[in-house]
Design a protein around this ligand. Sequence first.
Ligand code: AMP
Length: 281
Amino acid sequence: MEIVRDPLELQRMCATWRREGLRLGFVPTMGYFHAGHLALMDAARAQSDRLVVSLFVNPSQFGPGEDLAAYPRDLERDSRLAAERGAAVLFVPDPEAMYRGPDVWVDVPQVAAHLCGASRPGHFRGVATVVAKLLLLAQPHVAVFGEKDRQQLAVIRAMARQLFLPVEIAGHPIVREADGLAMSSRNVYLTPGERAAAPAIHRGLLRVRDWLLAGERHCAALAGRLREFYAAELPEGRIDYAEFVHPETMTPVAEIDAPVVLAVAVRLGKARLIDNVLLES
Ligand code: AMP
């Protein structure tokens, strides 16, 4: 596996593979790999001849006061894991190489209006911009993104469609710890006590699924019951949002009569944890 730092070198490398008729699979990441990242790599590898992985802690998607400087990093371990997963190249650019000259932004304001887009202004503009750059560099046939960041996936799908990017955007199911906690590089911020409490986030989502099966279809009522559940089961958590949204547009829905995403963000100590489930009507 090669480690490439220069964007244009990655572009040349991938263009050569494409000309040779090889199918390219791509997984963009911010590193500090866990089993979720590795599952995405396996999925991309399974449907391509060359797996390209990028590792870039993208400054433009972090707001002031967020955890850009503290974000966990371990390039040595990540390189080993990506190589073991069959990556042909690990792209690790410097921020200066990715953002050079006057500003250019890609914005998807409607899909970014709610949920994390509302609590992290500018976040999805940073995400859409860097993913557009990465897709234009790697020019993959397929790029795989996790459903854990469901709004991010929706933003990227809308961006790829509107910009006519010739790439298939594939979603991958959330990979969870045995106790249900969605895997995240940010889980390292949790103290042992917080880590023990954190699976309640997912349990709450499963409760909502049960209440829906029992016949409650009104989102306001379900959200109220979910907040009560969290107040009892996760008293140390502060709910950033708990919202029912359309799976593609990420806009709020009032009643569940078609598939709906229930997305939550909870602050627990130093961590801000997100999770979601797709609810079938
Ligand atoms: P990150 O390094 O956190 O930016 O994540 C890189 C990619 O891995 C994104 O597409 C994420 O949605 C995905 N990902 C992160 N955690 C998980 C998880 N627990 N299950 C599935 N995909 C994940």
